[in-house]
Design a protein. Structure first.
Length: 367
């Protein structure tokens, strides 16, 4: 069809022509052909805008997992079911009782891409998905029922208004906090402490009464148990009214730009951050009589490395061991080989990384 923009030649007035043009433009937008991106090459897929992927929770495997969560809430007498939407990462927007789920979990193709580029898929298995979903639900209920306004909440968990930090000190064997997500996440902030405590309390067959017997964390679990009984069957004080932030349906970034930004933001927390240094230290890719797996070399000298780093840098042995375990994993993934003489360079590399990235926790003086 040829559209003329001259009203006199077309026989239409300017107003009629304008309406005609807009109606046809809208028609063209609505009938825009959907790209079958599942069959695109990786290079072309990375150039797709996230909003154009047309992703939806509805009809996915994860819709059933969310229904499982709602069933768990019903069993506890919790009326409010936090709405879920696709976002750029796991989150519960500050103060909003709604849960964001990473968009890449919805598609097996996108999960494989996430694994390839980020070396992990957060929430990639059903068990991991439910673990994170219960955590975010703790946040959502906290915001929906304003639990953090209560004085007892602040006594147990701390001030809700505490500032978040990019890093935090934690005590791996502390009995003041439950253990749910990795890195003793409950110790990062009072809001996270509550979310972790709620997640442990909600998880079926977690046996929290037995597992945390004698722990200070039991006070928090008992508090959550009594708190939920008080709001049983009650509607939430607040529900989310606004469009959820960082929604995948509105993300104009391409997948390529998304992953570039994600790697940059993670910094040394990105699992492949030290790959180049490890490849330089262990440059071989094949086994010989004089070479063995780099991961095996690091495991053999792990205790010696831990003691050496702790002595030279002042860092906790626990943190040093965690760092070495991460490097062992990367050596395994990369298929690196070396010999026993490389351990000297490895000790220097690990000590340098520890000095630049690990924090020396301040000793707390108990009153």
């Amino acid at each position: 069809m040829t559209l003329r923009n001259d009203p006199e030649k077309s026989g239409l007035t300017t107003v009629e022509m304008t309406g005609f043009l807009y109606s046809n433009l809208n028609f063209m937008k609505k009938t825009k052909k959907q790209v079958n991106w599942e069959r695109l090459s990786e290079k072309k897929l990375l150039q797709m805008k996230i909003r154009d992927l047309g992703l939806s929770i509805q009809g996915s495997v994860h819709e059933g997992l969310i229904e499982n969560l709602y069933a768990e809430l019903d069993a506890k007498g919790i009326e409010f079911h936090p709405p879920c939407y696709l976002a750029d990462e796991w989150l519960c927007p500050d103060g909003e009782p709604i849960i964001g789920i990473p968009f890449f979990l919805i598609s097996p193709r996108l999960k494989r891409l996430e694994q390839k580029l980020m070396y992990e898929v957060e929430g990639g298995t059903d068990a991991a998905f439910m673990k994170l979903l219960r955590h975010e639900t703790g946040h959502a209920l906290n915001y929906a029922y304003k639990f953090h306004w209560k004085s007892r909440w602040r006594q147990l968990f701390g001030p809700f208004t505490s500032k978040y930090s990019n890093s935090y000190d934690f005590y791996p064997y502390s009995k003041r906090f439950v253990i749910h997500l990795e890195d003793n996440y409950a110790q990062s902030h009072p809001d996270e402490d509550f979310a972790e405590t709620f997640a442990v309390w909600l998880t079926p067959d977690s046996c929290w009464e037995k597992k945390y017997k004698g722990w200070y964390a039991m006070k928090k679990l008992r508090y959550v148990d009594n708190l939920i009984k008080k709001i049983s069957g009650a509607p939430p004080i607040k529900v989310s009214q606004e469009k959820p932030p960082w929604s995948a349906s509105r993300m104009t970034s391409t997948l390529c730009a998304y992953y570039e930004r994600k790697r940059k933001l993670l910094g040394d927390e990105f699992k492949g951050y030290y790959d180049d240094a490890l490849k330089e230290l262990f440059p071989h890719r094949h086994r010989t009589t004089a070479r063995e797996k780099a991961s095996r070399i690091l495991r053999r000298y792990r205790l010696e490395l831990v003691n050496n780093i702790s002595k030279r840098t002042g860092h906790r042995k626990y943190d040093a061991r965690q760092l070495i375990n991460k490097l062992i994993y990367r050596c395994e993934v990369l298929g690196l080989y070396g010999n026993k003489d490389d351990i000297t360079g490895a000790a220097t590399l690990i000590a340098t990384i520890a000095s630049n990235t690990l924090r020396i926790p301040q000793r707390r003086i108990r009153q």
